[in-house]
Design a protein around this ligand. Sequence first.
Ligand SMILES: [Zn+2]
Length: 581
Amino acid sequence: MKNTRTQNLMAAALVAALAFATTASRAADPLPPTGDAVEPAPRLVLQITVDQLRGDLPGRFVKNMGEGGFRYLMDHGVWYADAHHAHANTETIVGHTTLATGADPAEHGMIGNVWLDRKTGTLTYNIEDAKYHILTPGADVNKATEIDPTQKVASTDGRSPAAILGSTFSDELAIYTAGRAKIFGVSIKDRGAVSMAGHAGKAFWFSKASGEFVTSSYYYDHYPAWVNEWNQQKLPSAYSDKSWELMHDKSSYLFGDADDQPWETDFAGYGRVFPHPYGPATGKYFTTRLTLSPVGDDLTLSFAKMLIDAEQLGQHEVTDYLSVSFSSTDYVGHLFGPSSLEAEDNLLRLDRTLADLFAYVEKRVGLKNVLIVLSADHGAPEAPGYLNSLGIPAKYVTPEQWDKQPAISALKRKFGISKELIQAYRHPYVYLNREVIREKGLDQSVVEKAVVEELMKFDDVALAVSSTALREGNLPNTQIIQSALRNFNPERSGDIFVVFQQHYFINEFDGLTVAVTHGSPWRYDTFVPVVFAGGKLAAQRVYRPIETVDIAPTLAAIVGAKPPSGSRSGPLPEVLQGLTR
Ligand SMILES: [Zn+2]
């Protein structure tokens, strides 16, 4: 039985390979002109998101990069050197959904990786949806080994884009092409895949529990044959008992003599210095360690390539869309910080991964027929220890160690209550206990104001703003206030928004202490690269400030579709002009 199945699969693969050899081994011709699209419209929009890639990092390490990866983008693309996320809570789902929709979190609703559901009184994981379970049994988040604290919030294995409000670019592409466009999102992280695929596309992500790429019943009733085929290769197990080693001679790295820095995380024997062992494939944290290394990106690349072939992306009468979100930079950044030998080697390896992907797409579709856009869901702070070593003030914040009792007592006395006034604090949001406020007949805005005043007494807090103040708009027109407004969704955002001092952040990851955590509205967390390449585009470096909400409407204009429903901005003229010249 099993043999027959394997034989069938092999036969299917052979047929697919032969078909590929005759029909698609050379790059496709340009698409014929259609309506409002730029001519010729791209056969494939390839949207790459590098999780936690701060805007300055590619340039900082380019000296040791090879050809065809970041250098291809720099030498052939329109590179925006002053691009920022405009929202306050610079977390993964927030940034990805902003890239996908061109909307602010106030409109697209993904205001944080986790928020409090007011109706149920429970914390909610952004893309959790109990209705649509993961197709692979046992591929749910393993709470005993999961180190991503937001993932642990999910109480079921169900995932879907249902909580994303409004349309993504990929949705608009589906609408425009009468559903003919092939639309896919791939990532190690579920939220990195689901957000970009939108409501109309298909998403695949990596299950650390099963060591396979998975999807949910929102997308499929059963896996396409090629997904089973990829999983049956068992690529992760090839890394059993191997280690992450440096790609080049240590002396050639900017951080070559700084491998062991005291603020780096030694996660369960993974170590602070090279080589970092993955351990045996049977190890408890084996797949987790793969994601904490460039291997996570290698697996993502391999899966994406198989997808491009199996689904024949870029070989249709309409534009197709593939989103690839690479997660390793984020995990490595959290553990070691962006100024570490690990982060440096990871970026050099990501550069090779990108070169491999671009070369593959060149062969299959032709880069002249592809529009590449690369950005990041957020930037990153520096580890306080690193900044302190340079004389710059910075520190980790531990709110659970604050002396909160005087503030809590003062508030309880003031409002004559005995119950807890604060229902949840999930940074940056404080959720008030609305039941107590109602019971006591208190004015919520008065309570918010009093809590804000108490919060502002803590030295670590730079700013606390009440949602009433945001709604009424009588606040100074600063960058931080603007970003808080763009992050404010009345249903999901908390009652009080808190910002720590610059270079101050919480580094407690649900029991694990990490080197850095992003999520602030400060510029190091909002700063990301934005680059468009492919088609007729020529190298251009643009220093004009832009925002990440500009990307989705630009993609829509290129294919001739209408902008996503909540998008705030318009197309980037440098890209449109470059494509139509
Ligand atoms: Zn992160």
